[in-house]
Write a protein that binds this ligand. Structure first.
Ligand SMILES: [Zn+2]
Ligand SMILES: [Zn+2]
Ligand SMILES: [Zn+2]
Length: 150
């Protein structure tokens, strides 16, 4: 699948604008930090990048903006024991991850194992499903071969 040429940060800013959110310098910087460099940065890594432009930004501000963007579907939060990772996604794009519990290596997989049957079960209880979280946890190829050599 061909990646969109348009930078994801610009798309994210556009979505914020259309939803009526102000484009603050912090929001712009957080999106730009997610757009370049590390594909799956932690909030701390995002903060370090943002602080190069805006030394006064706090980790709390970064968290608040990341949470907002996760809620809007332009950032994906990946639960990891070594610290949650954040990934910029094209609005509405949905996929899952392989997460190595030994080294933290994270990889996108473009499939969704969730079946509509599960949503039907929720609907029976009067529950409206708006999303789900699902990642595979295990050992990456490199960590597996290190274990095998021991
Ligand atoms: Zn690994
Ligand atoms: Zn991903
Ligand atoms: Zn899914």
């Amino acid at each position: 699948m061909e990646r969109e040429k348009k930078p994801a940060a610009a798309q994210g800013l556009e979505l914020l604008r259309t939803k009526g959110y102000k484009i603050t310098p912090q929001r712009r910087a957080v999106l730009e930090a997610l757009d370049g460099g590390e594909q799956f940065p932690t909030a701390q890594q995002v903060l370090e990048i943002v602080r190069k432009q805006q030394p006064d930004v706090s980790l709390d501000t970064v968290y608040r903006n990341l949470t907002l963007m996760v809620g809007l579907g332009i950032v994906h939060e990946i639960y990891r024991s070594a610290g949650n990772a954040y990934e910029m996604v094209e609005p509405g794009h949905h996929h899952h991850h392989l997460v190595c519990t030994a080294c933290g290596k994270t990889e996108c997989i473009d499939i969704c194992p969730m079946n509509k049957i599960y949503e039907k079960e929720a609907e029976k209880r009067g529950f409206l499903v708006t999303g789900h979280v699902f990642e595979f946890y295990g050992l990456c190829w490199s960590c597996r071969s290190k274990l095998a050599k021991k």
